[in-house]
Design a protein. Structure first.
Length: 452
């Protein structure tokens, strides 16, 4: 098959990463090129998410639409990957027989072979197995697009929170080899990457085999990544409060390249709900992690995930979540209403909170966190922040944009310094806070040449 492929990605950063890998593998092994337009594609791939019902259903409505395209062009190939594929497998073909290939998050490197088999044998191919981390040995070297890059360090999840499908769709936790990760990051640094985001469902469960047969934990990995020349900033997502060890907290005191921003999902501020969710920590334990982290890194900004309306969530449980939001001062959140997922233990729990109440609670949580975020942005006005330049500003290409350590986009005038190029970290004075971005001016430029 020659031609173009189109990928639609649903869900989390892990899926974004996997979609990039699918693109790399199709390009390298089959010479296919990616298109942003579904109409001109010879192969349409849906990289799906099944964390909430809405995302799952969206895939089937999108599939209905490509079916029309396939009726008009029978040569069009359709592939479904990701977590819905992993969970539904053959059932996808039963429901949508025009789908050609179904593959899971751990078999994406086999996509070219599956497409070939589809062509040779004339019937749909399904491979949703979990060959232990084999995919990393079969992927082409990462292609670099700018100064930032994602690097997967572990896959899967063994926590089995009572509400979550991920352990069933992505399999148990498996870590990539220690040197394997470090070599990939050094290669990226050689190609101009300055900021890496280490990816995994629970990065702090990392247990990477070293070449001499030892096991490296996540704190050790951070230490070694910090030593890689060229890498200036290290982010990671997601980490789990249960394994947030003192060794890891100490990294915030020792390793300045680890940014002053952490995404640490808490899910609820009520111990009763946390226990029902099988999260493995209490609110006090979560707050103790935050207190020790802020002792090590006083300006640390924190974002989180919250599930609103878990079965049995009372008004008192919800109020406890609001209290925790204020105590920690979360800067951002992914908050969603609980969605029962078939096959998970929580799906069988009695749930008598009306939908309207859940919606009200969600809005209250989101408004509360947005207020915190705006207050934090406003407090940044007048401060100097290190910004990693990412490229031209979205709204005005004569300006540049970049991100602060706490993940805010800052737009600023270029001035007349030719060294201001993507990948450079510059000090910018924040001059104005908007709800979703900041405005600034190059700090030295401002001092030397007066206000812009
Ligand atoms: N590993 C992460 C952690 O420490 O919790 C979470 C990864 S999970 C795929 C991403 C987020 O999806 C969770 O933090 C949770 O808030 C949300 N989520 C998972 N299952 C959900 C469900 N059944 N309903 C609503 N939200 C859900
Ligand atoms: Fe899901 Fe809990 Fe793992 S939210 S990804 S089972 S830590």
């Amino acid at each position: 098959m020659s031609g173009k492929f189109f990928i639609k990605t649903f869900g989390c950063q892990m899926n974004e990463y996997d979609s990039d890998k699918m693109a790399d593998v199709l390009h390298d092994t089959r010479g296919l090129s990616q298109t942003e337009s579904i109409e001109e594609a010879d192969l349409v791939i849906f990289n799906t998410c099944s964390v909430r019902e809405k995302a799952q259903e969206k895939v089937f409505s999108d599939l209905g639409r490509v079916r029309e395209m396939k009726l008009a062009n029978p040569d069009l190939m359709i592939a479904v990957g990701g977590c819905v594929a992993s969970q539904e497998g053959e059932r996808i073909i039963a429901r949508a027989p025009y789908v050609d290939v179904v593959f899971g998050p751990q078999t994406l490197h086999r996509l070219p072979g599956l497409l070939e088999k589809r062509r040779l044998f004339g019937r749909p191919q399904v491979d949703i197995s979990f060959p232990e981390i084999e995919k990393f040995d079969h992927l082409p070297p990462p292609s670099v697009k700018g100064a930032t890059a994602f690097v997967s360090i572990m896959e899967g999840c063994s926590k089995y929170c009572s509400f979550c499908v991920v352990p069933y769709t992505r399999g148990e936790e498996v870590s990539r080899g220690f040197e394997d990760v470090l070599i990939e990051i050094s290669d990226l640094a050689d190609q101009g990457v300055r900021e890496v985001t280490l990816l995994g469902q629970n990065v702090n469960a990392y247990q990477g085999k070293t070449e001499d047969g030892d096991i490296a934990d996540f704190a050790m990995l951070l230490e070694y990544v910090s030593d890689i020349a060229g890498i200036e900033r290290i982010r990671f997502t997601t980490s789990h409060p249960k394994e947030f060890t003192q060794r890891l907290i100490d990294c915030y005191a020792r390793l300045p390249k680890v940014v002053s921003h952490l995404h640490l999902p808490v899910q609820s501020g009520s111990d009763r709900i946390l226990a029902a969710m099988k999260r493995g920590y209490t609110v006090l334990e979560y707050k103790s992690i935050v207190r020790r982290l802020r002792k090590a890194r006083p300006d640390l900004s924190l974002s989180t995930d919250l599930i609103i309306g878990f079965p049995g969530e009372s008004q008192a449980d919800f109020d406890a979540t609001l209290t925790l939001i204020d105590e920690v001062g979360f800067d951002a959140s992914f908050s969603f209403i609980y969605s029962p997922r078939p096959g998970t233990p929580a799906a069988g729990l009695a749930d008598d909170t009306p939908k309207a109440v859940k919606l009200e609670r969600l809005q209250e949580v989101q408004a509360r966190i947005e207020a915190h975020a705006l207050a934090i942005s406003q407090a940044m006005v007048g401060t100097r922040q290190d910004i990693l330049i990412e490229g031209p500003a979205r709204k005005d290409p004569d300006e540049l944009c970049g991100r602060t350590e706490n993940n805010r986009v800052v737009n600023f005038a270029i001035g007349d310094d030719p060294s201001l190029v993507p990948g450079r970290i510059v000090e910018v004075e924040i001059t104005r806070a908007y709800p979703h971005s900041l405005r600034g001016r190059i700090a030295d430029f401002a001092t030397e040449k007066g206000a812009i």
